[in-house]
Design a protein around this ligand. Structure first.
Ligand code: ZN
Length: 472
C-alpha cells in the first residue's frame, strides 16, 4: 500500500508522490514567539513531527523548514510596553520554543528561519507583486489585490461571495481598494524605529505583514513549489489562502502540491484553546502540574487522529501516561524473556498481521491512533503467550522489531537521546572549522543552538568540552 495523505486542496486522500523521486520539500508554519506556545500549537507542531517521521520511515529524504514569526502586532505592542526591542523581547520565547520541542522529542527541522532575518526576500517578493499588478501601494502601505488572483479561496473551498464573511478576519484599517485585500507591507509608525521594527523598502520604511514571510522564506529554502505545506486548521483561511495568492502570483508556479491541516485541541470545556482567548495551557504548566512530557507527547499524537478534535484533560493525560508505562513494561518484559524452545507459528502470523496493519494505518493518512490500537491488542495476546511460555526466539525478535517500528513514530521508549554525544562532537568540530574560517556568525549560531538544547561549550586548554545544563 502506498502512502495516502488527505490533501485539503482536493478534499481527498491522495496517493503521495513528491516532485523529486525520493526527496520531500516540506514547509510548516511555526510559532509566533510573542509568548510561550500553548498546547494547541504544540499539537500542530507534533503533527508536523509525525508527518516528517513517517516520510522518513517510508524511505524519503525530508527537507523540513519551519518559520519563527518574530514580528507581528502583538510582539510590537509587548516590546513597546516593556520598553525593549522586538529582538530582545522575542529571544526568551524563541528559546522556550526549542526547549519545548526538545522536551516533546520533535525531530529538528533542517531550517528554522526567522522573519526579521529575511526582510530582503520579502521586499523582493512584494516588489514583484507590485510590478505584476497583484499589489498596490497606498500611503506607504502595500496591499495584495485579491481581485487580481481568480483562484483565491480554492484551498478553503470558499466562494468569492463568502469573502465578505472572511473580511473581518483579514481586516486592516487603511486605504484599501477592497475590504478583503490584505497588507503585505505596513508603513512604519512612530515608535517602530525605537523597538527595531522598521526596515527600508522601495515603497517606504516599514515592516512586512505576516502572510508574506511564509511565501518568501519557503521560496528561499525550498524553491517555488513545495511537496507538502502543513499547518493548524485555523491557518487555512486567510493565512494559507494568502500564501498561495502571493507565491503563485509572484512565481507563476504551483505553490504547494499537498496541504495538510491538523485539527484544534480543545480545552476541558470543549472550547478551542487559544492564546488570545486568555485561558491557555503551556507545556510548562503541565510539567509543573506533574505530567511527564512524553505522556503529553503520546496524548497529542496518538489519542486522536490529527484531523479530529481532541480534548485536553488531566484524565486524558493520565491515561496517556498509563499507555506509555504499559508499552515500556511490555518491552522490558520481552527483552528479559527467555525464549521458548520452539516457535509458535500461529503467534508469528499474528505478529506479522499487526505489523502490516500498523504500517497500513500510518499509510492511510497517518492514522497513528488506529495503528497503536492494534499494537495494544497484540500486547494483551503477547502477555498471554509469554505467560504460557509460547514465545520462541523468532517470535521474540519480531515483537522487538514491531516495537522499534512503532517507536519510530511514538518515540517514547528511550530514556536518553541516542547519538547525542556523537552529534555534539560533530557540531563542535564544525564550530572550530567555522572559527578558523572566521565565520563567527556560524560558530555563534552553533553555540546558541546547543545552548537551547541544554548543552554548553567550554573552551579549555585541551580543546572544547561540553556539559549538560538545563535547556533554556
Ligand atoms: Zn505560514
Amino acid at each position: 500500500m502506498t502512502l495516502r495523505l488527505h490533501n485539503t486542496l482536493t478534499g481527498a486522500k491522495d496517493p503521495f508522490e513528491p516532485l523529486e523521486e525520493d526527496q520531500v520539500r516540506m514547509y510548516t508554519c511555526g510559532p509566533t514567539v510573542w509568548n510561550f506556545a500553548h498546547v494547541g500549537n504544540l499539537r500542530a507542531f507534533l503533527f508536523y513531527d509525525i508527518v516528517r517521521r513517517h516520510l522518513q520511515v517510508s524511505g524519503y529524504r525530508v527537507t523540513h523548514v519551519m518559520n519563527l514569526t518574530d514580528i507581528d502586532d502583538r510582539i510590537l505592542d509587548q516590546a513597546m510596553h516593556a520598553g525593549t526591542t522586538i529582538g530582545e523581547y522575542t529571544k526568551p520565547y524563541a528559546a522556550a520554543f526549542f526547549e519545548d520541542m526538545a522536551a516533546l522529542r520533535a525531530e529538528r527541522a533542517e531550517q528554522y528561519p526567522r522573519a526579521t532575518e529575511h526582510i530582503p526576500e520579502m521586499v523582493e517578493m512584494i516588489a514583484t507583486l507590485v510590478a505584476n499588478g497583484n499589489a498596490y501601494v497606498a500611503d506607504g502601505d502595500v496591499y495584495y489585490r485579491i481581485a487580481s488572483f481568480p483562484a483565491y479561496g480554492a484551498l478553503s473551498h470558499l466562494d468569492r461571495a463568502g469573502l465578505k464573511a472572511g473580511a473581518r478576519v483579514a481586516s486592516d484599517k487603511y486605504d484599501k481598494e477592497h475590504v478583503s485585500d490584505f497588507a503585505l507591507w505596513k508603513k512604519a509608525q512612530p515608535g517602530d524605529e525605537k523597538i527595531g521594527a522598521a526596515w527600508d523598502a522601495p515603497f517606504g520604511r516599514g515592516r512586512p505583514g505576516w502572510h508574506i514571510e511564509c511565501s518568501a522564506m519557503s521560496k528561499r529554502y525550498l524553491g517555488d513549489t513545495l511537496d507538502i505545506h502543513a499547518g493548524g486548521v485555523d491557518l487555512m483561511f486567510p493565512h494559507h489562502e494568502n500564501e498561495i495568492a502571493q507565491s503563485e502570483a509572484a512565481n507563476h508556479k504551483t505553490y504547494a502540491r499537498v496541504w495538510l491541516h491538523s485539527e484544534h485541541l480543545a480545552d476541558a470545556t470543549g472550547e478551542k484553546m487559544s492564546k488570545s482567548a486568555g485561558g491557555f495551557t503551556t507545556l510548562r504548566d503541565l510539567i509543573d502540574a506533574g505530567h511527564d512530557p512524553l505522556a503529553i507527547r503520546f496524548f497529542l499524537i496518538a489519542n486522536a487522529h490529527y484531523r479530529s478534535r481532541v480534548r485536553l484533560s488531566p484524565e486524558a493525560l493520565h491515561a496517556a501516561a498509563e499507555q506509555v508505562r504499559r508499552l515500556r513494561e511490555f518491552t522490558e518484559r520481552v527483552n528479559r524473556a527467555t525464549p521458548a524452545d520452539s516457535e509458535d507459528a500461529e503467534f508469528a502470523h499474528r505478529i506479522e498481521q499487526v505489523r502490516a496493519g500498523y504500517r497500513e494505518a500510518l499509510d492511510d493518512d497517518l492514522n497513528l491512533p488506529q495503528g497503536v490500537g492494534l499494537v495494544f491488542d497484540l500486547i494483551r495476546e503477547a502477555n498471554a503467550a509469554l505467560d504460557a511460555d509460547r514465545v520462541g526466539p523468532n517470535n521474540k525478535a519480531s515483537l522487538l522489531e514491531l516495537i522499534d517500528e512503532v517507536d519510530a513514530h511514538l518515540d517514547v521508549m528511550r530514556a536518553e537521546e541516542p547519538g547525542l554525544a556523537d552529534e555534539v562532537e560533530r557540531l563542535i568540530a564544525e564550530r572550530e572549522a567555522a572559527r578558523k574560517a572566521r565565520d563567527f556568525a556560524r560558530s555563534d549560531q552553533i553555540r546558541e543552538d546547543l545552548r537551547t538544547r541544554g548543552i554548553v561549550l567550554e573552551d579549555s586548554k585541551d580543546g572544547v568540552r561540553w556539559r549538560r545544563v538545563a535547556p533554556y
